[in-house]
Design a protein around this ligand. Structure first.
Ligand SMILES: O=C(O)CCC(=O)C(=O)O
Ligand SMILES: [Fe+2]
Length: 373
């Protein structure tokens, strides 16, 4: 932890530990993710910029190799701290976690218990506990939300992790900005750390699905991410992506030293579907990892609340008239509205009451232009 502690906490369960994890199996189908080297992007390597653009158009999922680069190594260290904090958090008694469950107030942030969201329109319940920590809360842009002492005490460590993510986001946005031939800093200026947004850190504890007899081994339903870029760290397998133009689901193998980066709906809307926000889901970990508690860590970067999700002006997409006449202004929806509509539809008793409600939260999953460009 970045801060020392005088508080007494029982040792964590170690569910996040990278030690003693059985290997990811070799006999399952895995996704052909490109590995992008952060160091090369930071050094403005043209070839690496092209590869980032390619990965963002074709699958919208990639590995980002953090090693050998100061900003990357810093994020790896800060992410390790978050995995420790996550262990402590999820090991708290349920009544402590329930105190920061803000779902009934319609808040996206705070704790969500296992089975409190649906994975589909039939109302199949999920198998995850989640804790969403608002960037605006940690950086003091809003009044602090109720949180357990362990989180309050370690706010500086969470803030450090957020800053490390922003350093990397800035590199990614700058590179994509160049590839899209957008006016300088267009993407970065829609994602300022100091402006209110739905950006957040997510802790996930995935419980094994119901019983070995069930054929449905999903623990988190299929979805596209709502925002712009997600930076994800996995220790155990279980994440799957659906391959473009196919019904096949394949695993994403966790790779030490690499984050899994994926694009969300906002990037699709900004680029008239040139960039891709791919469907993904989580199932029980494969092979010898099956039955283990699975923890993952995500930083979700979303556009500022007031940003309009529509084709951006200028740049290759607009000038080439992709998704409309060149210079034509599309009617947008604000990032805040998009987020609220999408997250509510899954919450049992809040936005999801009956079949049909789930579909109200649809994202850009129907979009397929990206693979054809
Ligand atoms: O846990 C994972 O590997 C992925 C989680 C995810 O897709 C999400 O929280 O949106
Ligand atoms: Fe996701």
């Amino acid at each position: 932890m970045a801060t020392s502690t005088n508080l007494e906490f029982k040792p964590p369960s170690g569910a996040s530990s990278s030690f003693n994890i059985p290997p990811f199996p070799d006999n399952v189908r895995t996704a052909p993710l490109l590995t992008i080297c952060l160091k090369k992007l930071v050094e403005n390597d043209d070839g690496e910029r092209e590869r980032l653009f390619e990965a963002s158009k074709s699958l919208g999922f990639m590995y980002l190799d953090m090693r050998g680069c100061e900003a990357g190594e810093r994020l790896l260290r800060d992410a390790d701290n978050m995995f420790w904090l996550m262990d402590f958090f999820f090991d708290l008694p349920m009544e402590e976690k329930a105190k920061c469950d803000l779902s009934s107030q319609g808040s996206y942030f705070g704790y969500k218990g296992k089975g409190r969201e649906v994975m589909d329109d039939q109302g199949t319940k999920d198998y995850n506990e989640m804790y969403n920590i608002s960037k605006d809360d940690i950086l003091g842009l809003t009044t602090p939300l109720p949180a357990p002492d362990i989180i309050t005490y370690h706010r500086p460590a969470v803030a450090a992790y957020i800053s490390s993510n922003y350093a990397i986001l800035d590199t990614l946005f700058t590179s994509l900005n160049t590839s899209l031939r957008l006016p300088p800093a267009t993407l970065s200026s829609l994602h300022r750390k100091t402006e209110p947004s739905g950006c957040h850190t997510r802790f996930i504890r995935g419980h094994p699905s119901a019983s070995p007899q069930t054929t449905d081994q999903r623990t988190l339903g299929e979805h596209t991410d709502f925002g712009s870029l997600s930076i994800l760290f996995n220790r155990l397998g279980g994440l799957q992506v659906q391959l473009p133009d196919s019904d096949d689901w394949v695993y994403v193998r966790p790779v030490p030293g690499c984050a899994i980066v994926n694009l969300g709906d906002a990037m699709v809307r900004f680029t008239a579907e040139v960039l891709r926000s791919n469907l993904h889901r989580v199932v029980d970990p494969p092979g010898e990892q099956k039955g283990m508690m699975r923890q993952s860590l995500v930083f979700f970067c979303r556009p500022e609340h007031t940003a309009q999700l529509r084709r951006l002006k200028g740049g290759m997409v607009d000038e080439e008239g992709i998704g409309g006449e060149a210079g034509e202004e599309e009617v947008g929806v604000s990032s805040k509205e998009w987020l609220e509509r999408r997250h509510m539809s899954k919450k049992i008793g809040v936005g999801f009451h009956k079949p049909g409600d789930f579909a109200k939260g649809a994202g850009t999953e129907g979009s397929r232009r990206a693979v054809k460009v």
